[in-house]
Design a protein around this ligand. Sequence first.
Ligand code: PXP
Length: 238
Amino acid sequence: MVRLGVNIDHVATLRNARGTPYPDVVEAAAAAEAGGADGITAHLREDRRHMRDDDMRLLRRAVKTRLNMEMAIAPDVMAVALEIVPDEVCLVPERRQELTTEGGLDAAGQSAAVADAVAALSAKGVDVSLFIDPDARQVEAAAAAGAPTVEFHTGAYANASGAAAREELDRLFAAAALAKSLGLRTNAGHGLSYANVAPVLAMPGLDTLNIGHSIVARAVFAGLEAAVREMRAAIARR
Ligand code: PXP
């Protein structure tokens, strides 16, 4: 069965919006695991807009499944990764102004930096993946950099519809077939939702889907009624 990594970044986004201690990211990880997550994914961005260094340290201790840390190749973030030693690290590109990770890593264009990061993390026993677009050149560069795993960016598929979505799916499947033939483990994620996830499951060799925003968004409505009921009960006590 395809495994599910749950990205809980946006629990931290909600916390940071008010500077409150809640919602607690460790509690979110435990709830995701109770719901059947095979792993917890958290992105320590260079601007720390959601996860913070201490969140990563706490998650490292609390996560019972596998902790997958998403990160750019930046010295201060790399230092946190080498300190906490997550089970997995997914190397992603980052641009400060972007709302989310908008494209894949240019593994082919930055091969030396990527290979160095892969080597440093692998030496600690971390399973390193490269978040790349479904492009043969990038798959080959990932294999050449020594990464055991790739994660295909599904954003273009998620943003397309009709024939264009089918074309994006074909690109993903062709890239995944190449990754499989090169002995790479294949993950995928970004923009996946309850409505668009099913066709992705046919991706050759697919190991794990990393999904965040749609799950945290769904949690609002899956939990709002109970949350109001709890506040009603708190008010009814006086
Ligand atoms: N995989 C990677 C590498 C990502 O950067 C993200 C977003 O942080 C995701 C998966 C999850 O994307 P989404 O929140 O759109 O489900």
